[in-house]
Design a binder for this molecule. Structure first.
Ligand SMILES: Cc1cc2nc3c(=O)[nH]c(=O)nc-3n(C[C@H](O)[C@H](O)[C@H](O)COP(=O)(O)OP(=O)(O)OC[C@H]3O[C@@H](n4cnc5c(N)ncnc54)[C@H](O)[C@@H]3O)c2cc1C
Length: 285
């Protein structure tokens, strides 16, 4: 289907984009890479009167180091994140996860910020961002910004802490230099959203896990931390038996959906199996 008609604007500054959002209110929709919004418009699940393209705002793109964090601009493409050496060194979990996101064409158009703002519970960027303790910088009306922690950013299905007249400008990822990382994604067909996926990153010393962070994709209406697994892993040897025992708790506190790809019980089972695989692979390097 062809989208309903809309007015298109391509501001070149953040101020201009925010002014357009303030002017048009809920009749406007921001577009970044368009890889999620355009299918929505084509299926006429949404028909905004104004589409505001933020792709020409220079300051929203790129990856830089800032003290103990790396900062990823909202309109940085997945392809850039995938090949960036700072991300590989300090947030290897993201490199591992983005490798599994869709295909090369979509990774060249879709953006890191767009994927997180879209907040699809099956999206591949949410769980790694949550596991890494990302902080989301949001530009407000009036020129200010506020920073929202990962635990408060994902509110519900397709809903985040970003207000209708606000923009996500960048995401700060605390450095996890030297941590092992792995993203284990279970799909029915290649290049698609996961039925369940697990993002694991951990620090180990002398074969003992000293810190672990585990995120779950598609086990609820938002990405979730497998906190019981994280706690059980801490202080344990990175052996198959110890990891298997800790990962039995992977589905604790989750509320997975049932759909044509699998029911909730099947997803709970997947969460334990994929957590074990992800943690063991992360421990191996
Ligand atoms: C065939 C196909 C397969 C895919 N497979 C996967 C997959 O396996 N895993 C996966 O995770 N994703 C997958 N995707 C989605 C892809 O990752 C998108 O790139 C991503 O979800 C959205 O990024 P975008 O820049 O294209 O956002 P857009 O489509 O431009 O926007 C998405 C939403 O976020 C809002 N938004 C965008 N940027 C901002 C901002 N800076 N501030 C506030 N709001 C903003 C928009 O208003 C819109 O509501 C797939 C897409 C397609 C078409």
């Amino acid at each position: 289907m062809i989208p309903a008609q809309f007015e298109y604007a391509a501001p070149t500054s953040l101020e201009e984009a925010l002014a357009l959002l303030a002017e048009h209110g809920d009749e406007a929709k921001v577009i970044a890479g368009g890889q999620s919004l355009l299918p929505v418009l084509r299926m006429r699940l949404n028909a905004p009167e104004h589409v505001i393209d933020i792709g020409r705002i220079e300051g929203l793109r790129g990856i830089r180091e800032d003290g103990d964090a790396i900062v990823i601009g909202a309109t940085t493409t997945h392809a850039t994140v995938l090949t960036d050496p700072l991300v590989a060194e300090h947030a290897a979990l993201l490199t591992k996860a983005v490798h599994h996101l869709a295909d090369a064409q979509i990774r060249h158009r879709g953006t890191f910020g767009g994927a997180l703002a879209h907040a699809d519970p099956a999206g591949d960027m949410g769980a790694p961002a949550l596991a890494l303790g990302a902080e989301f910088v949001i530009a407000e009306q009036g020129g200010g910004t506020r920073t929202v922690g990962a635990d408060d950013f994902f509110v519900d299905l397709f809903e985040t802490a970003i207000g209708e007249d606000e923009l996500l400008t960048e995401v700060r990822i605390p450095k996890h230099t030297g941590w092992g990382a792995h993203y284990e994604k279970f799909v029915r067909v290649a290049h698609q959203w996961p039925i369940v996926a697990v993002a694991a990153t951990l620090k180990a010393e002398g074969g003992t896990i000293t810190e672990a962070r585990v995120g779950l994709t598609n086990m609820g209406s938002t990405p979730l931390r497998a906190r019981a697994v994280e706690q059980s892993l801490t202080g344990q040897p990175a052996t198959e038996d110890a990891v298997r025992a800790a990962c039995e708790a992977a589905a604790e506190g989750t509320n997975p959906p049932s759909d044509l790809n699998g029911d909730a019980d099947y997803r709970r089972h997947l969460a334990t199996v994929l957590s074990r695989r992800a943690v063991l692979a992360a421990a191996a390097g």
